[in-house]
Write a protein that binds this ligand. Structure first.
Ligand SMILES: Nc1ncnc2c1ncn2[C@@H]1O[C@H](COP(=O)(O)OP(=O)(O)OP(=O)(O)O)[C@@H](O)[C@H]1O
Length: 981
């Protein structure tokens, strides 16, 4: 019976005598049928005494933290760690020795209660003495057989983790793997041994291998065999598959898939994408159930980094992934109480989590992109078929429906955004909607560029960086101006109306008829045409003709009206010659115009992936190309157009373009709206995108007097910015901000991140009428100088007459846009060329940049769309207030315009002299003081305010001079004598 002695563990052993010890390898034939005695033995085994009912454990009232405080003692930890490490070595030797000496040692160990330890130790053959023999007997022979070796990695890992405070695998990972291996392998081997014990099997072989399974494995296999027979094999297979699936997170099977399939980008499962997206420097961050357990165990801010093999995606350069630092093991009590994010940086969710959230929506957006792409493919097909139409008789004629050449941009993906300190600080501000919203590409760009890590994630990584790592040595990237509103979500395309795919509105008949009339009309004047080609745009069709040799261009140009007459169409424009084409262009309005929706323009790759600083997507050109310009390069814009021709829509398009592409930290608007209703809709984004003077209630300026102050304030901001640029040794704002972001400028010296400022004046005519020079001078000054320091002007007017668009303003606005105007003169005033009077209206516009004039159909954005856009931004967390411009009082002395604020003790030294000039001339004008007293604008303005305060001149009256309240010099002298000195 010695063969299965480990199964008799509960049998009382005979007292040890001098007789030879029962030998383990006693012949098997002496045995009774193998299974019976074990069952009997089991029944015969004395039952353990019934346990006393459990008493509720009375905890001492001392804090557990005090009791287990020694656990935090590093010396104790090292002691424990080395103990585990050495134990693992000890177990390895003892177990290996067991393979050779186990059988012989079995009787020694089993007779221990009857033999003195010393004697038993001498008899033991194990290389590590009696203890080695006992451990091996317990864990291998009576326990799990050879599978007991799996205990060793657990003990070793514990020691390693405690001593070195780092481990690339989590404890739960090692425990799960080793314990499963031990149990499963033991059961498997138990079943093998059981099978070898069958009457027809080789008994010697069975005996020599019986140590493999151990007592536990054998008994379990025996039990299962009795219960389900051969089903044990199936159960073993099922257990293995289940473990592999769960443990290795298997979600797809590659059975029968070709390599090509494998090469496809995997959007399949959240886990895959999560793993792919969170790849950092060769580690994949994986959040699994195991890791959650790990988090409970250790409240340190940590992301489990599991090496899962080489990662295909290139690691983002600037941020280094470092394994989470191990903190001292916390006490049990602390662990329970620790909130989930207690120690983590609040603005930094695990990249793995971000990725997981992004996945389903990535799929959604890619399918939308696919839909749009197929739509543009359909247009392309339509264009191709139109182009294939046979040419008519006469000069060669071809026409094409220009297709959208822009690949449609992938829609923004959604990412949850981190919470910043500012978020927490501003309790009143509405918290952003917790549901993930979309972020424009570079918004992963946020405005992160594709491929960059979320800056917040970058901050996170730095936050968990090893204590020893010197932040100074890291790449200088973690100042990020957008982090104050790090949860800010860029607007999505869903906010805009979807008008579907635009269709070509010009029929082949219309094209043919127009072509015939052009050829015929020109023929009447003896102009023959070599070839003619038509390009269909959204509003007009461009017929490009190549006249016969020797025809004078000016002759064709002079026939503009005749061609218009013959075509019975308004808005014909002749471009002779078409720049860079060698043809003469004749633009003929389409009978049915195509509306260019703003959504279709924003969805194009050209706009979505633009790298411009201040991109504006105006609309589509005649060749259907999306027309995107950079306001930062323009650098200012003058817009004109008769009433109802699309100016306000154009302004909204400009504002929407910028709002779609810039973060509130990067851009501020100063909105001047004398009409009071045009821009009021943008009030909702005051705390995100608007700038205003301190102590003013409304950010959108409707009062002329405030406009003057605001313009002067912008001039001050400009001067200050120039000072800062000079101090930093930078030539423009971009360079300066780059330097600041790289932390090469000291905020203590007044350096700060400077957003672009875009000043929008909706109606210049009104301002010029009421404030004249007072607005003209600062506007001209800003236009001349503000380019380099990121202040850009957009000035619109419906009256492009010379007294509104004065020479000085015009000279400083090289880029001008004209919607339809009422006269040729207006067209010349704004564009220095005719043509704007011949536009067809409704957003049809000409853009002049220097010598080039381009016809563009402005995109259409409706008021409800702007409303939705502003709501979307306005509902998000904003800054506590609008961006504050410098106060004017300090430098110009004109204060916020309130003469009551004036401090009498700080009267200007030229006050009396100024009063005499004003009273003598009976004209309360700042420019009079400037001229007569040779003063600068600011000082003259300050003096006028002081004169107002002392009742010498009346209040500000717009462009008119102030009323002089003192009738003659005598009265003035009396007043001056009575003034406090
Ligand atoms: N790009 C466009 N595409 C299609 N229709 C347009 C476009 N722009 C303007 N329209 C049409 O013209 C109308 C007037 O446009 P808008 O209000 O912009 O004119 P405006 O020049 O600002 O007039 P006002 O100076 O009187 O305010 C709009 O309501 C719209 O119907």
């Amino acid at each position: 019976m010695a063969k299965n002695t480990y199964r008799q563990t509960s049998s009382p052993e005979p007292a040890r005598t001098n007789e030879p010890r029962p030998v383990r390898n006693q012949p098997r034939q002496n045995a009774e049928p193998a299974r019976e005695p074990r069952r009997n033995d089991a029944k015969a085994a004395p039952k353990p005494a019934p346990k006393a009912p459990r008493q509720p454990l009375k905890l001492p009232s001392v804090k557990l933290g005090n009791v287990f405080g020694f656990l935090r003692d590093r010396r104790f930890q090292l002691f424990l760690g080395f103990f585990f490490l050495l134990t693992s070595i000890y177990l390895t030797i003892a177990f290996v020795s067991f393979l050779f000496t186990g059988h012989a040692d079995q009787s020694v160990v089993e007779s221990l209660n009857a033999t003195p330890v010393k004697e038993a130790g001498q008899e033991s053959g194990n290389w590590l003495g009696l203890l080695g023999a006992m451990l091996a007997e317990l864990l291998i022979h009576k326990g799990f057989g050879v599978a007991a070796f799996a205990v060793i990695p657990i003990v070793f890992f514990l020691g390693y983790k405690i001593v070195f405070r780092r481990a690339e695998l989590s404890l739960s990972y090692v425990l799960a793997l080793c314990l499963f291996t031990m149990g499963w392998l033991s059961l498997l081997l138990g079943y093998v041994v059981l099978t070898l014990e069958a009457p027809d099997a080789d008994p010697a072989l069975a005996h020599s291998l019986d140590f493999l399974s151990g007592g536990v494995g054998y008994e379990a296999a025996l039990w299962l065999d009795s219960l389900i027979g051969w089903g044990t094999v199936l159960l073993l297979a099922f257990l293995l598959i289940s473990f592999v699936v769960y443990f290795f997170n298997v979600t797809t099977l590659n059975l029968g898939r070709s390599k090509a399939d494998d090469d496809e980008p995997a959007f399949g499962t959240a886990a895959q994408a999560q793993t792919a997206a969170a790849s950092i420097n060769g580690f994949n961050a994986v959040v699994t159930a195991d890791d959650e357990e790990e988090e409970e165990e250790d409240p340190a801010p940590q992301m489990t980094l599991r090496r899962v093999g080489p990662v295909a995606t290139p690691a983002p350069a600037p941020v280094q992934a470092v394994p989470a630092p191990e903190l001292d093991e916390p006490e049990e009590e602390e662990l329970d109480d620790a909130p989930a994010i207690a120690s983590g940086p609040i603005n930094s969710p695990s990249p793995a989590l971000s990725a997981a959230a992004a996945v389903p929506l990535t799929v959604a957006s890619s399918s939308v992109a696919a839909t749009l792409a197929s739509a543009s493919a359909a247009i392309a097909a339509a264009g191709a078929s139109a182009a294939a139409a046979p040419a008519a008789s006469g000069p060669s004629f071809s026409f094409e429906t220009p297709t959208d050449p822009e690949p449609v941009a992938a829609l923004p993906t959604r990412v949850p955004t981190p919470l910043s300190m500012a978020d927490l600080a501003d309790d009143d501000a509405p918290l952003p909607v917790s549901a993930p919203r979309e972020t424009a590409g570079p918004a992963l760009q946020i405005d992160s560029q594709p491929g960059e890590l979320d800056p917040a994630a970058g901050a996170d990584m730095a936050a968990i960086a090893d204590d020893d790592q010197d932040m100074e040595t890291m790449p200088a990237v973690n100042y990020d101006p957008t982090l104050d509103l790090s949860r800010y979500q860029y607007p999505t395309l869903e906010l805009l109306n979807d008008y579907g795919v635009a269709k070509a509105q010009v029929s082949k008949e219309e094209l043919e008829a127009n072509k015939d009339r052009i050829v015929e009309t020109l023929g009447h004047y003896g102009i023959n045409i070599a070839s003619i080609k038509a390009t269909i745009g959204p509003t007009v069709t461009l017929y490009e003709i190549v006249p016969d040799a020797g025809v004078r261009i000016s002759k064709i140009k002079s026939l503009e009206d005749d061609i218009a007459l013959s075509l019975a169409a308004l808005g014909i424009r002749i471009i002779a010659p078409s720049p860079g084409k060698g043809t003469i262009g004749i633009e003929v309005p389409n009978t049915k115009k195509e509306m260019v929706s703003i959504r279709s323009v924003f969805a194009t790759d050209k706009f979505a992936s633009t790298e411009m600083d201040l991109p504006i997507a105006f609309g589509r050109t005649i060749t259907n190309e999306v027309f995107v310009v950079d306001l930062a390069k323009m650098p200012h814009l003058l817009m004109a157009g008769a009433t109802g021709q699309g100016k306000s829509v154009g302004l909204n398009v400009i504002l929407a373009s910028l709002l779609y592409k810039r973060h509130p930290a990067q851009l501020k608007f100063v909105l001047v709206d004398p009409k009071k209703v045009e821009l009021s809709i943008f009030n909702k984004i005051e705390r995100h995108f608007l700038a205003k003077l301190p102590d003013t209630d409304e950010a959108i300026i409707t009062d002329t007097k405030k406009v003057v102050n605001t313009l002067n304030s912008l001039c001050m901001e400009m001067d200050r910015r120039y000072d800062l640029l000079k101090d930093a040794g930078c030539r423009n704002l971009k360079e300066y901000n780059r330097k600041f972001i790289e932390r090469r400028l000291n905020p203590k010296k007044g350096h700060r991140y400077m957003p672009f400022i875009v000043l929008v004046i909706d109606e210049l005519a009104d301002l010029m009428m009421t404030a004249g020079k007072e607005v003209e001078t600062p506007i001209a000054r800003l236009a001349q100088l503000a380019r380099a320091i990121g202040i850009h002007l957009i000035v619109a007017t419906q009256r492009p007459s010379v007294n509104v668009i004065t020479g000085i303003i015009k000279a400083n606005f090289p880029c001008r846009i004209s919607f339809k105007v009422t006269s040729k003169i207006d067209s010349r005033t704004i564009l220095d060329a005719g043509g704007a009077d011949q536009l067809v209206g409704q957003g049809d516009m000409l853009i002049s940049q220097g010598s080039d004039i381009i016809r563009v159909q402005c995109a259409f954005i409706d008021t409800p769309e702007v409303d939705r856009l502003c709501d979307y931004i306005g509902e998000q967390q904003g800054y506590p207030d609008a961006y504050l411009l410098p106060e004017v009082v300090g430098e110009s002395g004109s204060g916020s315009g309130d003469a009551e604020d004036f401090d009498p003790s700080s009267r200007d030294s030229m006050f009396e002299e100024a009063a005499r000039v004003i009273v003598t001339h009976q004209q309360g004008s700042t420019s009079l003081l400037q001229r007569r007293l040779k003063l600068g604008y600011n000082r003259a303005g300050r003096l006028i305010d002081q004169l107002e305060h002392f009742g010498i001149v009346g209040p500000f009256e717009g462009s008119k001079a102030r009323e002089v309240l003192i009738p003659d010099e005598y009265s003035l002298e009396q007043l001056l004598n009575n003034l406090p000195k």
